[in-house]
Write a new protein. Structure first.
Length: 281
């Protein structure tokens, strides 16, 4: 496997092969899997992309399934043959996949993906080791991590509880650092509502999306500024003062203020991180 020329990297497929179906069912637990019939229908409708990496004889080594979304792509599944991981097949497949997606969707934010949480409490030593290895696999390939938000992995089994997860992404345009909450928030919303079909009234959905106050949960769009909020004059006062007895208005102003403050703190954090990277280089 050391000779990379023997690999057929990231070949597009219509899903007719049996090998990736067998690996799919072997690699993922039931609550993480869509039904094969649903996957095949999505492939037929060209709503998902299947890529296979094979050896020189055509034997399957790795496959991935990607869902193109509104302005990003979602890595729904990736699996490598357990007996052939030592050749770095997974990394080679991912690099080739990223090149394909960047060329096909140059205006997209990037490729997003989900993993089980490495910060979940009560994990066994083995589970923690496996999850950390998975996280490091993506980070070494250049992925970024949504590290300051809680993230939930919904189940595909009706009634089954969600699991704690983490969201990572590979950027295509290097733009998410400008304002990650307002750009990642709509992505999270769309993953839940479109990919998983989670209703906007779901408690887990509202809890996660509550961390992104700038995003309208019904539309998954960043809220436009409200012209009725009143302009701020040069002295810093608001044109329309809040009535002293109006608790709802006070709460609204406080919510806007805390959202603005959190935004400022994120900008400072991003600037400090980039400054530290520059000093280390």
């Amino acid at each position: 496997m050391s000779n990379e020329s023997k690999l057929n990297l990231c070949l597009p497929s219509a899903g007719q092969e049996e090998d990736w179906r067998q690996l799919y069912e072997a690699a993922f637990p039931v609550d993480e899997r869509m039904t094969l019939s649903d996957l095949l229908q999505l492939l037929a409708d060209k709503k998902i992309l299947l890529h296979r990496t094979t050896d020189e004889t055509g034997g399957l080594l790795c496959f991935s399934i990607v869902t193109p979304m509104s302005n990003f792509a979602l890595l729904a599944y990736i699996a490598t043959d357990q007996s052939k991981r030592s050749g770095g097949v997974g990394s080679k497949h991912m690099r080739a996949l990223l090149d394909i997606l960047k060329a096909a969707y140059p205006a997209h934010l990037g490729l997003f993906l989900e993993i089980e949480s490495t910060r979940e409490k009560g994990l066994s030593a083995e589970d923690e080791k496996v999850r950390m290895r998975r996280l490091q696999f993506y980070l070494k390939l250049g992925a970024k991590r949504l590290s300051d938000k809680d993230y939930i992995l919904p189940s595909f089994v009706k009634g089954a509880p969600p699991r704690q997860g983490e969201l990572l992404w590979f950027e295509f345009q290097n733009t998410l650092d400008d304002d990650p909450e307002r750009k990642v928030g709509p992505v999270v919303c769309e993953i839940y509502t479109r990919s998983y079909g989670v209703p906007t009234t779901d408690g887990h959905f509202t809890r996660v999306m509550g961390q992104f106050p700038a995003v309208d949960q019904a539309t998954c769009q960043v809220r436009a500024s409200d012209p009725a909020e009143g302009a701020v004059d040069q002295g810093g006062s608001v044109d329309q003062p809040v009535p002293a007895g109006d608790a709802g208005a006070v709460s609204s102003v406080w919510t806007r203020f805390t959202g603005w403050l959190a935004h400022c703190l994120r900008l400072i954090k991003n600037w400090l991180r980039k400054r530290l990277q520059w000093l280390r280089s």
